[in-house]
Design a protein around this ligand. Structure first.
Ligand code: ADP
Ligand code: ZN
Length: 611
């Protein structure tokens, strides 16, 4: 271990306050740069450790660090977590009473704060700017800096005014941070915040602890349940669905089966939403079934899985939503069920939407990229990162395609059969009818249209109904078939299908697992062998639960979320190292000075009792 005297002030602070031994990735360089008074733009994925990049300099430099954050709901949690670590932190936003707010302002002026979180609309008032002129300022941190982007989803008009900070306080260093990866957004941030002189620190957007997995839908709920049972008993997680109805139904279905699942969507009244969100944050092991309305502003670090029962609309959406898993760096799952219905629904939604043609083209491209990920036989991480412009040529060993390589087969003839069937039936029928024709089933509809007389009638009997569904799904995903706009799911040929029909092109298709349907064998596969959370013995498991119970008890007493007491990773280290003395406990990452003083004895008691 380094001795205190050889440590930089930044490292000393990291150690004493947060209980960590080393900086990660770009953190050390960023922290030094800000401490020395430079401006910075920091691009780092969720869970990468952005907060320390401004918290440490704010502690090391004289004066208070002002943190601009758009998410009022999060300020309280961040301040709670800092207070636990012994940092003098406070926030100012519309949730405070006038009296509470003026107390914070007094603290600010007396120089009693290390960090002050402020909502942008309050920061930019003339009154508050004047107040700041009377205080000593260590830095400005602009969190969620992509909110300046008018093209993004989180645009905040007040963010545009933040360039004023530089003009009013030219000597105070600024650090803008975001987890939004794309280059256009980065340029926008630089331009709108006047950061052209700032040094840019770009991290890899890989989230190595997240295991990506995309399964073919068979009986979605059973598949979900099997996944949860095999890998996530007692874990907190988020399940995303497209519609409010599906959210309600899925939450109820899980709750009936004993899972602690709650619904969340914009149609619920405010009280219910608040209550459910609080339970998710404050209790252990709650599953939130939600629409995309849930997530922005969830900084719970121990979300162990994110499951998608419906497809998001783009890679950006998929990356952002799955990114809510495993902020604490511990192994976590991103699990998605995907099927023919998803492809058809989403294609239809884009085509029949209100947007103009240019916008639709963009949406189509985004959807295509996502369908490409779903159908890909390559490493999912590679496809994902390459989409965001990051070179990643390795195979990750932590996604389904790496762990259980996909088999492909030459689907050229099958695809030709499917496509000609579409053509011969007049390019207006859906997959159900097309499959009936291919399998030679004389249904009423087949007879009514005389399709039992077609040359394609019964030519596809060598494949099952399920296989045909997989073949059509892949043809739609590959853009060889388009979905009609009237909403009946009718398919027609596109230009892309011509070379294949003329025999000039071959197509390799994924071999979908045949055993899907009745009993998904998730628990036996290589995929769950390194499941998110496994202890080496039942005894370790029991200690883990005892430590969690202690954490919950302490959190309840203070009305804070359990993870602000200790992160899962800290408790896990306790299970592994079994410290029996205070000095041993102090060496565990995540236990700084104040936490050791406040909670050391109580956790030690649990550990000693156990030994
Ligand atoms: P972000 O804001 O980028 O999503 P956070 O700042 O919330 O990420 O950090 C993510 C997690 O990583 C937190 O649990 C944090 O305590 C932990 N962490 C960050 N930096 C370090 C470090 N240098 N050593 C150990 N843990 C760290
Ligand atoms: Zn991989």
């Amino acid at each position: 271990m380094l001795s205190l005297t050889t440590m930089t002030p930044a490292l000393q602070t990291l150690h004493a306050v947060f209980g960590y031994n080393d900086f990660r990735g770009n953190q050390a360089a960023i922290v030094e740069h800000i401490i020395n008074g430079g401006d910075a733009l920091v691009l780092m994925p969720t869970g990468g450790g952005k907060s320390l990049c401004y918290q440490i300099p704010a502690l090391v430099r004289r004066g208070v660090g002002i943190v601009v954050s758009p998410l009022i709901a999060l300020m309280q949690n961040q301040v709670d977590a800092l207070l636990q670590a012994g940092v003098k932190a406070a926030f100012l936003n519309s949730s405070l009473t006038g009296q509470a707010a003026s107390q914070v302002e007094q603290q600010l002026l007396r120089g009693e704060l290390d960090l002050l979180y402020v909502a942008p609309e309050r920061l930019m008032t003339p009154r508050f700017l004047q107040l700041l002129e009377r205080a000593e300022l260590a830095l400005f941190a602009i969190d969620e800096a992509h909110c300046v982007s008018q093209w993004g989803h989180d645009f905040r008009a007040e963010y545009l005014q933040l360039s004023v900070l530089h003009e009013r306080f030219p000597a105070v260093p600024r650090i803008a941070l975001t987890a939004t990866a794309d280059t256009p957004t980065r340029h926008e941030i630089v331009e709108r915040l006047g950061l052209s002189e700032a040094q840019q620190f770009v991290s890899s957007f890989d989230r190595p602890n997240i295991r990506y997995r995309i399964v073919q839908k068979a009986s979605t709920r059973q598949q979900l349940q099997a996944f949860l049972e095999a890998e996530h008993r007692g874990d907190a997680g988020i399940i995303y669905c497209l519609s409010r109805k599906r959210v309600e139904e899925t939450a109820a279905w899980l709750a009936e089966r004993g899972w602690d699942a709650l619904p969340y969507h914009a149609g619920l009244d405010n009280d219910t939403r608040q209550k459910n969100q609080q339970r998710f944050l404050r209790e252990e092991g709650v599953i939130m079934v939600a629409t995309v309305a849930f997530g922005m502003g969830i900084d719970k670090p121990n979300v162990r899985f994110v499951a998608h029962l419906d497809l998001p609309k783009s890679m950006e959406g998929y990356y952002q939503e799955t990114g809510r898993a495993g902020r604490d760096g511990l192994p976590s799952n991103a699990w998605m069920a995907y099927g023919l219905g998803d492809v058809i629904t989403l294609r239809q939604m884009v085509d029949s939407g209100e947007a103009n043609e240019q916008r639709k083209r963009l949406e189509r491209q985004k959807l295509d990229a996502l369908l490409g990920l779903c159908e890909s036989t390559l490493c999912r991480r590679q496809v994902l990162l390459n989409y965001f412009g990051e070179q990643y040529s390795a195979v990750c060993g932590n996604c389904d395609n790496c762990l259980e390589p996909v088999q492909t087969w030459d689907g050229t003839v099958a695809a030709q059969m499917g496509l000609s069937c579409v053509y011969r039936t007049g390019q207006r029928f859906g997959v159900g009818h097309l499959t009936d024709v291919l399998l030679g089933k004389s249904t009423d509809q087949v007879q009514r249209f005389g399709h039992d007389k077609l040359s394609t009638f019964g030519i596809g009997k060598e494949f099952s109904q399920t296989q045909w569904s997989g073949i059509f799904r892949q043809l739609v995903a590959a853009g060889m078939l388009a979905v009609d706009m009237e909403g009946h799911g009718g398919l027609r040929l596109t230009d892309e299908s011509r070379p294949l029909l003329r025999g000039e092109q071959k197509i390799a298709l994924r071999k979908d697992p045949v055993s899907l349907g009745k009993k998904p064998k998730a628990s036996q596969s290589a995929l769950s062998s390194k499941a998110a959370y496994r202890f080496d013995s039942p005894e370790s498991e029991a200690l883990w639960h005892a430590l969690k119970a202690k954490r919950t008890e302490l959190a309840r007493e203070q009305g804070v979320p359990p993870y602000v007491i200790f992160h899962d990773s800290t408790l896990r280290e306790m299970v592994e190292r079994r410290p029996q003395r205070l000095a041993q406990l102090a060496a565990i990452p995540g236990i700084g000075k104040q936490k050791l003083e406040h909670y050391g004895e109580e956790f030690l008691e649990v550990l000693v009792d156990f030994a």
